[in-house]
Ligand binder design. Structure first.
Ligand code: GDP
Ligand code: MN
Length: 383
């Protein structure tokens, strides 16, 4: 589960990580009230789960109530890379001497935690990694040992943080590591981590991804869930109990089994298309599940074609085909459909689907064929 910045900062604060005092606001009037509480100058910050808010105009300094009002009106409702701003975080503005970067995440290939620190913060860290990889200090941390003070010191020294920032940064790193491990996060990222002119080190932004597998021991995470995400497709899919992840492409995907769904995304990519989603309908593939899946994909205006990729196992081909026939009677589909049905009783299944064959419903025998057809129907030029 990804947290919004304001939730991430609330989480940070529980582990003693220094953050600025602030409050949330859903209207311009509330923004002024929060600003009056925390004291001017303030920063008006768009709460969306996407980076680069500053560049997009979603982060603004305000010296007085009139400026807060103007910025709040401009930012609420703003579309930041496909995310509509519905909530603001208003915090007391910090003075910045230097901007750094710090994060902890899991390095799956090394089977160790990975801490990263850079003196080049406040900018896109992927860009720093590409242009100047040596500007990012990296330290693998054995989970059985944890981050030690000397490990933290090594990170800040290697990153070349200013000498006056080092003690504060090591202290913050130890707390950030404990937030990451004890707080059951998959990722904690602070960009920028700032040094103030008075020499304090402080988290100015917060990106936190909680490990959903650990949610059973964190009943308090429920409060974060109330406003989770803002992708209406994912909300609808969750209501329908589907394993759905929204993506940015134009080919809607329905597959049975997570492995097949992933392979389907890969094959669509391979032939030059972009998946609109990952959707695993599980083993059942009955009419109910198929109709639900099609309904969710139908709400996505970017979808130009739908690729149904089903491998019959315990669920036989004719059951799958009947499920699709019934689902199509229930849902009015906006985009053409390509289906690849294989596995147990695939022949019988395809026989049933023949009744549906048209320009807007085509059956293809192989996954590659079907992917190419789906990409072509979506207006692309398949490879
Ligand atoms: P992001 O663009 O989505 O990563 O949003 P951030 O929260 O990181 O803010 C972007 C930039 O806005 C920061 O790198 C700072 O340069 C600036 N900024 C954010 N908060 C403050 C603040 O309290 N004071 C000042 N002077 N600048 C700020
Ligand atoms: Mn940031």
């Amino acid at each position: 589960m990804d947290l919004f910045e304001y939730q991430g900062k609330q989480y940070f604060a529980r582990f003693g990580i220094p953050v600025s005092p602030g409050g949330v606001a859903d209207t311009p009037e509330e923004a002024v009230a929060r600003a009056d509480e925390v004291g001017y100058p303030v920063v008006v910050k768009a709460q969306v789960q996407v980076g680069g808010r500053g560049k997009a105009g979603g982060i603004k300094l305000a010296a007085d109530a009139a400026e807060v009002l103007a910025h709040a009106r401009a930012i609420l409702g703003m579309d930041i890379r496909g995310h509509i701003v519905r909530r603001l975080w208003i915090e007391h503005a910090s003075e910045i001497a230097r901007e750094y970067y710090a994060s902890f995440t899991l390095d799956r290939s090394a089977k160790l935690h990975l801490g990263m620190v850079s003196a080049r913060g406040g900018v896109d860290i992927e860009q720093v990694a590409a242009e100047d990889p040596d500007a990012i200090a990296r330290l693998h941390v054995d989970p059985t040992e944890g981050l030690t003070k000397s490990g933290g010191r090594q990170l800040v020294e290697q990153a070349g943080l200013d000498p006056e920032a080092r003690d504060g940064a090591v202290d913050l790193l130890l707390k950030l590591y404990s937030c990451y491990v004890d707080g059951d996060a998959d990722l904690v990222e602070v960009n920028p981590l700032i040094l103030t002119p008075e020499g304090r080190v402080h988290a100015l932004d917060a990106k936190v991804t909680l490990d959903d597998s650990a949610s059973f021991r964190h009943p308090e995470w429920d409060e974060f869930r109330t406003l989770e995400g803002d992708d209406p497709r994912e909300t609808l899919a969750k209501q329908k109990g589907l394993q759905y992840v929204g993506l940015d492409g134009e080919v809607g995907i329905i597959a049975n089994g997570a492995g097949l769904a992933m392979s389907t995304c890969d094959v669509v990519n391979q032939v030059g298309g972009q998946p609109a989603n990952f959707l695993d309908i599980g083993g059942g593939a009955n009419a109910e599940v198929m109709a639900n899946a099609l309904e969710v994909i139908n709400t996505d205006e970017k979808v130009r074609s739908i690729f149904i990729n089903v491998f019959g196992g315990i669920t036989r081909g004719e059951e799958v085909a009947n499920g699709i026939v019934q689902a199509l009677q229930r849902v009015d589909i906006g985009a053409p459909i390509v289906i690849r049905l294989d596995g147990t009783n695939a022949e019988q299944g395809r026989e049933i689907l023949k009744g549906l064959e048209s320009e807007r419903f085509v059956s293809r025998p192989t996954m590659l064929d079907a992917a190419r057809t789906a990409v072509a129907l979506a207006g692309g030029a398949p490879r």
